[in-house]
Design a protein around this ligand. Structure first.
Ligand code: ZN
Length: 277
């Protein structure tokens, strides 16, 4: 259900729109109008549906994140078609050769790889914006674990368009995140390719990123370290604290298990004695 449209380039939520008025679809730039009310939730529809517009099936979280990217990059195209790979990308910035894929719903590792393979052929750099609705939980799916090895950030943008696209310090062990740092809002306006010896020091959890991602973006954690190398010490300190907490938790769990086992044996022994006497 499409809940967002454009009026004079600004986003309008269906709840505040007027019936009988023409609005613009942020996806296909076609005309949309308002319908619904008493029995159905108010929403926009395409009076002349275009086969390539998938906006009606996109959640308001997805649309608002797309609109945020469009605000950051005014020259961006939404639902941009790449004929060479026969795909529509969510947001494309031709001047910077960037593709942003906004992901709100769960996605399979197979589909992630298919998109990566396809977009690699366009010569554009693919960046994933993963929504908190299904990502950045304690447990990571196969696809999210894979995606963290490539340029990817998180977002909590809500249906009214409030929220951030952000980076974070995180510690992952196997399929679980055991430490999540503060949300660090990012600007994305500029990206920088890694150069040799650009980072003299960095926290351990970001060395993978330096090795695997081709770029970093303005405002993200590595950008902040690049601007102020001392910021790395702060992150390293937080990282150590996170690891200590995990070790502490393991010891507490182990201790609890030992106590529980001891109690169980004690109870069984008491029961045996009671039966004998
Ligand atoms: Zn449309």
């Amino acid at each position: 259900m499409q809940l967002i449209a454009l009026e004079d380039g600004k986003s309008v939520i269906a709840l505040y729109a007027q019936k009988g008025k023409d609005y613009t679809c942020p996806g296909c730039q076609g005309t949309v109008r308002l319908r619904g009310g008493k029995q159905y939730q108010l929403h926009f529809f395409h009076p002349n549906p275009k086969t390539n517009c998938t906006n009606h099936s996109k959640s308001p979280y997805h649309l608002q994140t797309q609109l945020r990217l469009k605000k950051i990059f005014p020259d961006a195209h939404m639902e941009h078609y790449f004929p060479e790979v026969n795909r529509f990308a969510d947001v494309v910035v031709p001047s910077k050769k960037l593709i942003f894929e906004v992901q709100c719903s769960p996605i399979s590792l197979f589909e992630v790889r298919a998109r990566q393979k396809a977009y690699a052929r366009t010569g554009y750099l693919l960046v994933w914006i993963l929504h908190e609705k299904n990502f950045n939980k304690r447990r990571l799916s196969d696809s999210e674990r894979h995606l963290r090895k490539f340029p990817s950030y998180y977002t909590n943008i809500d249906p009214r368009g409030k929220g951030w696209i952000y980076d974070q310090l995180e510690l992952i062990s196997d399929v679980k995140r055991f430490y999540i740092g503060k949300k660090c809002p990012i600007h994305l306006t500029q990206h920088y390719y890694f150069k040799k010896d650009m980072f003299q020091k960095s926290p351990k959890s970001l060395t993978d990123r330096i090795e695997n991602w081709p770029v970093f973006f303005s405002g993200d954690l590595l950008f902040r370290i690049w601007r102020d190398p001392d910021f790395s010490d702060l992150l390293t300190h937080l990282e150590k604290k996170g690891k200590r907490q995990k070790t502490k938790k393991i010891w507490i769990t182990l201790f609890k298990n030992i106590v529980a086992l001891h109690d169980k044996h004690l109870k069984a022994a008491l029961l045996r004695n009671a039966k004998r006497s």
